[in-house]
Design a protein around this ligand. Structure first.
Ligand code: PMP
Length: 428
């Protein structure tokens, strides 16, 4: 047994499934998760000394690459002054100002500790603000694990939602309507059915939890119009896309302004952070200025703020995204053309520095059904082949991949060479 195998078997005795977040367990692809020793730049090393080019990046946060010097130094310096005060600090104001400047629709910002907290709080706020009960989400979008968000579509497009996890009461789930991503008609139908009771639409403006699925032209604009028409709050869950698909997130990239925005991942520079914010007239409804309750012992934590600020200062600099977007395109298009060279059906999606590969003969994947119909057997072979070649991709075909600032052309080229070797061996 190698060291990862030994640790995995030990972990399973005291940690459910051996992991603290399920997708790390390699359940979808089989095999043993790699236990990581350290990470630097585009690379991670496991406890057995294997080096990997990392395209997971801690599931999105590490857009500067691992172990960024300025972020590390900011964290160490902040730690010299104590780890947490439970009282306000100037760093929190600078963070809110920085976020607000980059994402102007976030006139006010409340920090939390995870993406889940951000979406859960934004939804409570939307309900409190509108005095409506139902929320509308999209099949295949993930917004963290709050009860009302762990809901899938019932059978038939317009049935009330059903829990997608035990522990979520049907009485909660019935308030969550789930419709098809990139399908405005299904949204319109839901609003016609419940014209006065939908508090908000929550959407990943580029879906990154059913592989990578960008919005089709007109989709986000249509959501904006429908929310305006029915006095419903439009929430963009930009936990993944914020400071990743552009400086101003997906809302800047696609030029559609939501009422509320949720952030996480990149804004923490690798520390546990989330945020939500938006229009002043809505956000002032939360405590202490308003009646909608929301709080957090460690929210706005000084170490997390230091890491986030050091990261965002670099990310918001002019031209930061140019090379990342170019390298993402080279990677995604390169993988597709190598797959085709080896006679493998594949299509790709990418938006900014997010990408996804789909083993399918469908020309363009735009929704969840198409994503789940892809060839998972080929994906699993590809996944394990790449891992053996030293390329660390998400261990499930429903996750977006991420390119960082330090995935330079030579790193992309090494990845493409690995893909060439692996595709040659995949069963057609
Ligand atoms: N929203 C989106 C779009 C996400 O991708 C995630 C996490 N992958 C979340 C919310 C939840 O964030 P967290 O895991 O930090 O709670």
């Amino acid at each position: 047994m190698n060291k990862s195998e030994i640790l995995f078997s030990r972990a399973q005795k005291t940690i459910p499934g051996g992991v603290n977040s399920p997708v790390r367990a390699f359940k979808a692809v089989g095999g043993t998760p790699r236990f990581i020793q350290k990470a630097d730049g585009p690379y991670m090393w496991d406890v057995d000394g294997n080096q990997y080019i990392d395209y997971i990046q801690s599931w999105g946060p590490m857009i500067l690459g691992h172990n960024n010097t300025a972020v590390r130094e900011a964290v160490v310096a902040a730690a010299e002054n104590g780890l947490s005060y439970g009282a306000p600090t100037e760093a929190e104001i600078i963070m809110a100002e920085l976020v607000s400047d980059a994402v102007p629709s976030m006139e006010m910002v409340r920090m939390v500790n995870s993406g889940t907290e951000a979406t859960m709080s934004a939804i409570r706020l939307a309900r409190g603000f509108t005095s409506k009960n139902k929320i509308l989400k999209f099949e295949g979008c993930y917004h963290g694990h709050a009860d009302s968000l762990l809901v899938k579509a019932g059978s038939g497009a317009l049935t009330l939602g059903v829990p997608s996890s035990p522990g979520v009461p049907e009485d909660f789930a019935k308030h969550t309507l789930t419709v098809e991503f990139n399908n405005l008609d299904s949204v319109q139908q839901a609003f016609e059915e419940y014209p006065d009771d939908i508090a908000c639409i929550i959407v990943e403006p580029v879906a990154g939890n059913m592989n990578c699925i960008p919005p089709v032209p007109g989709f986000l604009e249509g959501l904006r119009d429908i929310c305006d028409k029915y006095n419903s709050v439009l929430i963009f869950d930009e936990v993944m896309t914020g400071f990743r698909v552009s400086r101003g997130g997906a809302q800047a990239r696609y030029n559609v302004v939501p009422d509320l925005t949720c952030l996480g991942k990149v804004i923490g520079g690798g520390m546990p952070v989330g945020a939500f914010g938006g229009k002043r007239e809505i956000i002032t409804h939360i405590a202490p200025t308003g009646p909608v309750y929301q709080a957090g012992t460690l929210s706005g934590n000084p170490i997390a703020m230091a890491a986030g600020l050091a990261a965002l200062t670099q990310i918001t600099a002019d031209g930061f995204f140019d090379s990342i977007f170019e390298n993402t395109k080279t990677l995604a298009e390169g993988i597709r053309s190598i797959a085709h060279k080896h006679g493998i059906d594949m299509t790709i999606n990418y938006a900014g520095s997010m990408f996804g590969f789909f083993f399918t003969d469908v020309e363009k994947v735009t929704n969840y059904q198409q994503a789940i119909n892809c060839n998972t057997k080929q994906f699993n072979q590809f996944y394990h082949g790449m891992l053996e070649q030293g390329v660390y991709l998400a261990p499930a075909s429903f996750e977006a991949g991420f390119v960082s600032k330090v995935h330079t052309p030579d790193v992309i080229d090494a990845t493409l060479q690995a893909a060439d070797t692996v595709f040659a061996r995949i069963e057609k």
